[in-house]
Design a protein around this ligand. Sequence first.
Ligand code: ZN
Ligand code: FE
Ligand code: FE
Ligand code: ZN
Length: 266
Amino acid sequence: MLWPADYHMHTPLCQHAVGTPREYAAQAQKLGLTEIGFSDHSPMRQDGFDNWRMKLAQLDQYVEDVRGAQRDFPQLVIRLALEVDYLPGHEEWIRDLAARHAWDYFIGSVHYVMDSWDVDNPSKLAEWAAHDVTEVWGLYFDRLTHAAASGFFQIIGHADLPKKFGHRPSGDCGPLYERFLDAAAKTGTAIELNTAGLRKDCKEIYPNPQLLGLAARKGVPITFGSDAHAPAEVGLNFTEAVELARQVGYSQRCRFVQRRREIVAL
Ligand code: ZN
Ligand code: FE
Ligand code: FE
Ligand code: ZN
């Protein structure tokens, strides 16, 4: 198949991924991908915020690791990026991070639906018993809408993450999706088809077909990501993802070079 770029890949610096950037690149090349991007979990201004991201002092090493893979795999286009957490009040820090290196793109992700709860964290499943599912999805999409409206991010990551463990509201989420996608369309922010959802309890690509269909109608651009935390996950389930994108009406995807968007055929 004609592979889209895999723009969502991690490195061991985030403390919960395995394999060197060179091993991810080797796997991509073996599969026949021509473009990938590393988007590891960004550091916070203060270390110790949680235990699933690189430390601030490791940021330069991260960039060097990616540059090393670029040197070793000249036939493969390798983008330098970060997956950046969007939380209210973090705007100054995100601007600071953006100025530190020549990033190709930022994936803006909402993991924290409140200060103390990263909604995808398996060690915090007990929180679900203490909160109403509809309320959690509302909090999540409120933050996601702010992330899309901020213009800080080229791509919004896994746009319906709260479904990870199978928690889905019984009512219609259409209005939440509409508000988020209107913000994304207005700022020209892309969303990703993230195949990691297929490997979780929800057994579904992020985002769901309803959200993705609305995104297609509103002209919100797309990228693809495996969210690989191991080399063997690079490009995983991309055939299904491309098929889904086409089904809901997409014929194009985008790529980013130094944060400038290019549209290419799917
Ligand atoms: Zn991760
Ligand atoms: Fe994420
Ligand atoms: Fe990720
Ligand atoms: Zn991710």
